[in-house]
Write a protein that binds this ligand. Sequence first.
Ligand SMILES: [Mn+2]
Length: 408
Amino acid sequence: MKILHTSDWHIGRTLGDKRRYEEHLAFLEWLLGILADHEADMLLVCGDVFDTIAPSNKSLQLYYEFLRKAHDRGCRHIVIVGGNHDAPSLLDAPRLVLQSMGVHVVGGAVRPEEEVLLLRDETGKAEAIVCAVPFLRDRDVRQVVERESIDDKGTHLVTGIAEHYRQVGEEALCLRSSVDPSIPIIYTGHLFTSGGKTTDGDGVRDLYVGTAVHVDASIFPDHADYVALGHLHVPQQVGDSQVIRYSGSPIPMGFSECTQQKEVVLVEFSPHSLFPLVSPLTVPRFQHLEHIEGDLEEILAMLHDLVARKESVWVEIDYRGSLPPSSLREAIQEVTAASEVEILRLRNTSLGVYSLESSGWEQTLEDLDEREVFRRRLDQTELNDEEKQQLLVLHEQVLRSLAEEEIS
Ligand SMILES: [Mn+2]
């Protein structure tokens, strides 16, 4: 049984004013090739299929066409779970139609027994159990308790998530012993496990706002033969375990990920063995992103090198120096004009970057997250520290409830 594990496609993602459909299309075509080359029986997509809850028609088309092609080329089972970026109802809507192509969708949490899928080969023989657990929202896993503090909420949420996995695990074990004790049980998840690596600005939202809600890998049942995770964009195994892994995002979400090697994970179970062979496969780079920083001379030298490569490069520049933006732009344009090098973002690290006030330097809201904007706004008020702190807590609560709200 060969399984490919991937997550965090974020179809529809943009970078600056650049749309990234071509990269996604190239990745999905590549993935079809990999599925065929390895004769994979199953594909697991562990959340954040789309970048937003209301993906464009173009994004939907990429997704559906991929599913159809993967099915046509012999991938028997495709299991898709929702992430925090996905609208569960959007993923779930075509569920019955997709089922006929061996595509199993769990967009949002359902009862534990409904998340446990028994998958059969073409002869009807059971070949694997997949516990298709999506991103778990607060309302999925616990009762709201009146007057609880934010810390309590976090603790209750972690307990709720652990309890959900425990119940799913019980169902799965029970099912395996009644069907065939030699088939693997595979779990999915879209969450942040303690100790996980992230990079700045990789778009990994703090899922459980205002709390230090990171679940421990011990919430995954001991009998799990493989745990396929999504949410973190850096490919990594969790702790010492070879079989609890994040595949990471297949394309860099932003400049902070531009030097990262992107992967999908091949997981192979030989017959009657519950110890899989796990091999990460490198995803090619479909668009060259480059982050450069330095003074004028250094920046221009690096740009010259990039221009000489004669390939499309999207560049983020952090400039250190005192040239006004117009002169800097002019100097840069002299080098990059008529080349395939495009500057998507230009910042001055010694001037104004951390100020919202116009300094002549380009700064977009995209450079900041909502907390940072709010914090800066607070700094401009006459409020005392205690008042600021209270407002920060309230702001966190608002963000948290927004993140939990179902938008259909
Ligand atoms: Mn993601």
